[in-house]
Design a protein around this ligand. Structure first.
Ligand SMILES: Cc1cc2nc3c(=O)[nH]c(=O)nc-3n(C[C@H](O)[C@H](O)[C@H](O)COP(=O)(O)OP(=O)(O)OC[C@H]3O[C@@H](n4cnc5c(N)ncnc54)[C@H](O)[C@@H]3O)c2cc1C
Length: 388
């Protein structure tokens, strides 16, 4: 490891490795550090992504894909499924391999990578650069850089070191618990989503099929709804009902920030990306591709700033603007929609499912589901009118 870098990226998840890759492609000297010993392990994710945006970054390869999915079913609280029109196809990834592959690409392009290395503090220097203090294999080390890209995930601390407001309320943090199970009844063709106050209060439950007879079955619920319902009780209840006798192969728990992107994701010497910037889709909790998009824009912006010789907040405004133009503004709408949808009673959700099921299958789009929901609750139209 050298003592001076142009850019240090903290966190080698999908956002960080992508930021490092695009920063280095712009001709800069980049260090990517990761707290874990092995990039991608343990996995805290259901690993679902859409095919089209994934291809913007990497050609899908069998080494990191567990399953190809083109159909989605939404289950109403009364267990009646709505089979949606096939639209965008997607993949269930193997993130242990995928995350590592993204880091390998960054390394092949020229980024230096250190694992088992935790960022612990920054010290701003009088020459406008920053020293990053790290803990690596039992000792403190230090490196100097001009720009830090904070890609340190949902528990991010880097933003706070630079004075950004990063606190997420308990309501906007979904607690998530997931098992990988084996069971003969798993249908590999469908990604299934279950809704209802008794199933996943303030969120939803998913069944994402992976290899033959295996699936990730998990649920994310609004933090403030979990006082009386423990995630484990809810998940066990569901599995006993739908997949009795299932064998649990692994278990992951984590938090998902389901809010709009932070108001400020830039500061002098700093850009935040991915979960650290709250770039997750607040309706679905999906953050892999969004983080990679944020990472790409931030990496390019960082290398431009280095090449132009200035790394102050104003040099990063383009990143913030491009992010909002491409995705962030939509997320503000999705956040409001999520709040409205979470107010639907189980009875309403059952009725919406009935209405959608009365349509021919090729008209059962997500948009139609949402519009049907609104017309069943005309008072909500007023609240959401300004979004469209
Ligand atoms: C149960 C669950 C299921 C999910 N399912 C899906 C899904 O199906 N599809 C989807 O798109 N999204 C899903 N998500 C969300 C998705 O996992 C995240 O949005 C995505 O991982 C964000 O990528 P990231 O690179 O920003 O952060 P992360 O992947 O969290 O990576 C951050 C990295 O930073 C490292 N780090 C943290 N602090 C430091 C430090 N101080 N120093 C050095 N390294 C540090 C961490 O070890 C970690 O490797 C799910 C999340 C959960 C919890």
């Amino acid at each position: 490891m050298s003592e001076h870098y142009d850019i240090i990226v903290v966190g080698a998840g999908p956002s960080g490795s992508t930021a490092a890759r695009f920063a280095v492609e712009g001709g800069t000297k980049v260090l990517l550090i990761e707290r874990k010993r092995d990039i991608g392990i343990p996995v805290r994710c259901a690993e679902g992504v859409s095919e089209k945006p994934l291809r913007e970054f990497i050609e899908p390869q069998s080494s990191f894909i567990r399953n190809y999915i083109s159909r989605v079913r939404l289950f109403a609280p009364n267990d009646i499924p709505v089979v949606l029109t096939p639209l965008n196809s997607g993949y269930i990834l193997d993130r242990r391999v995928f995350d590592r592959k993204l880091a390998e690409i960054a390394a092949e392009k020229g980024a230096e990578i250190i694992t088992s290395c935790t960022a612990i503090e920054i010290e701003k220097q009088s020459d406008g650069t920053v020293d990053l203090l790290m803990f690596h294999r039992g000792r403190e080390i230090k490196a100097n850089c001009k720009i830090i890209i904070g890609a340190d995930g949902v528990e991010s601390r880097v933003g706070r070191w630079f004075g950004l407001e990063t606190v997420t309320t308990i309501h906007n943090t979904e607690g998530a618990l997931e098992y990988v199970i084996t069971h003969p009844n798993i249908n590999r063709k469908f990604c299934d989503f279950y809704f209802g106050a008794e199933i996943a209060p303030g969120g939803y439950l998913w069944v994402f099929p992976g290899e033959e007879n295996t699936a990730s079955v998990g649920l994310g619920c609004a933090g403030d709804k979990l006082v009386r319902n423990s995630l484990r009780n809810l998940l066990n209840k569901f599995i006993d009902r739908k997949y009795p006798g299932a064998k649990i192969i692994s278990e992951v728990a984590g938090g998902i920030p389901v809010q709009a992107t932070l108001k400020e994701i830039i500061a002098d010497n700093l850009m935040l990306v991915g979960d650290a910037a709250r770039q997750v889709n607040p309706m679905t909790g999906a953050g892999i591709i969004n983080g990679m998009i944020g990472g790409k824009i931030a990496g390019e912006t960082a290398s431009n700033a280095i090449n132009n010789g200035s790394w102050k907040r104003e040099d990063f405004v383009g990143y913030q603007e491009k992010w909002h133009k491409r995705i962030g503004t939509d997320h503000q709408k999705f956040f409001k929609m999520k709040e409205v949808i979470n107010r639907f009673s189980d009875n309403s959700l059952n009725k919406i499912a009935d209405t959608i099921n009365s349509l021919p299958e090729d008209e059962r789009t997500l948009r139609k589901v949402f519009m049907t929901a609104l017309f069943k609750h005309p008072t909500l139209l007023g609240e959401l009118r300004h979004l469209f």
